[in-house]
Design a protein around this ligand. Structure first.
Ligand code: SF4
Length: 362
């Protein structure tokens, strides 16, 4: 079927353990065969434990998600899906991210200074992915870093176009949409279907703090640009404590954006995941007054008439968030320390980003 190739190694998928082997060795090696045989016999394989744990918690696992969209594929000589994570090159340093995924974060922490703060897949591995790419390819996922800013992806997309693989291939791109690289999007438009997963975690200034140094006004402008392209778009929310400060405005903004997409003849899907790491950003660490405010915002949303469309997962997750926020309170100190330390390092005043910052603390 396929494989995951990243600057952290090769793997079954982005969630599974990474192996320090090249894509060709991984594709031709024994790991995939072993896991497939175990699954066919109804046995859990240790490399897939993350998925089985999610399923036991009642969450949808990547295994289930991939099975529903890719389960019909069989192993062929050449892979039918490829998931790429070739570099940490990114222009942002989001609060829930780290140096291994963002070169801008790395610059702040001083990691990977010998390679100009960039972690990159070796050229030999990239060459091997080219060798493994054929007209058999049906699904391609690009993540980073920020994929639209990576020349390696631009070149690879052009290669797939040149060998005639783009016409039958769906591409998913995870992007922060802080910039529009028109050449990248022009290439994407030559693929069968493009699904853009746009990361936005809050509204306005809170989002500017979370996805520093992006600007929400540019993001709005870029969303309006993307609505008039043939790309399918979903907003993907990584929900954590800093997303809770103005959830009411965020949900209204999403509703209005969906309306604009509908006028352009398109749908705008909304997805939401709860951030577990770093644990300081887990919603259980929100200050109590912020929890109360967020509970009220969710209830208002449920009472109101601006309910989001194509957002079944978001609706389920909002109910889950309500339940989580009503659990016995634990200290908010880890959260307060974490955001203060980020603000101090970046010379930011939290009062300018997070509504009622003083009033809200325990
Ligand atoms: S845009 Fe993505 S890769 Fe870049 S810092 Fe934010 S979360 Fe990390």
């Amino acid at each position: 079927m396929g494989f995951f190739s990243s600057h952290r190694g090769s793997a079954l998928c982005c969630q599974s353990d990474k192996h320090n082997v090249s894509p060709l060795d991984f594709w031709n090696g024994s790991i995939q065969q072993e896991v497939r045989t175990a699954m066919a016999n109804g046995q859990e394989h240790d490399l897939c434990k993350g998925c089985y744990q999610s399923e036991r918690r009642g969450d949808a696992s990547f295994r289930q998600i991939y099975n529903s969209s890719l389960g019909h594929l069989t192993k062929k000589e050449m892979p039918q899906w490829i998931d790429l994570d070739w570099s940490n090159f990114c222009n942002l340093k989001c609060v829930m991210c780290d140096a291994s995924r963002s070169s801008t974060w790395a610059k702040e922490t001083g990691e990977y200074s010998d390679t100009n703060f960039i972690r990159q897949t070796p050229q030999q591995h990239i060459d091997e992915v080219y060798q493994l790419s054929s007209t058999n390819l049906r699904y391609l996922n690009l993540q980073g870093g920020e994929p639209s800013m990576m020349k390696e992806y631009d070149d690879y997309l052009q290669h797939l176009i040149d060998i005639g693989a783009s016409k039958n291939c769906e591409v998913t791109v995870v992007t922060n949409l802080s910039n529009i690289n028109k050449q990248f999007y022009k290439r994407l438009e030559q693929f069968k279907l493009i699904k853009l997963s746009v990361s936005i975690d809050s509204y306005g200034l809170a989002n500017n703090f979370i996805r520093y140094p992006s600007k929400f006004d540019f993001l709005k402008r870029n969303m309006l640009w993307i609505k008039d392209t043939p790309l399918q778009v979903a907003v993907s929310i990584a929900f954590q404590v800093t997303s809770m400060f103005n959830l009411d405005s965020f949900l209204v903004w999403l509703y209005d954006m969906q309306h604009l997409f509908r006028l352009a003849g398109k749908t705008l899907d909304i997805q939401l995941q709860l951030v577990k790491s770093p644990s300081a950003l887990n919603i259980q660490h929100a200050p109590i007054k912020l929890k109360q405010r967020c509970i009220e915002h969710i209830k208002q949303y449920h009472r109101g008439n601006k309910r989001l469309k194509s957002a079944a997962v978001l609706e389920i997750r909002l109910l889950h968030i309500l339940k989580e926020l009503q659990k016995p309170h634990v200290t908010s100190q880890p959260f307060v320390d974490y955001v203060n330390s980020i603000a101090n390092t970046r010379g930011l005043d939290l009062h300018n980003y997070l509504d009622d910052w003083d009033l809200i603390q325990d």
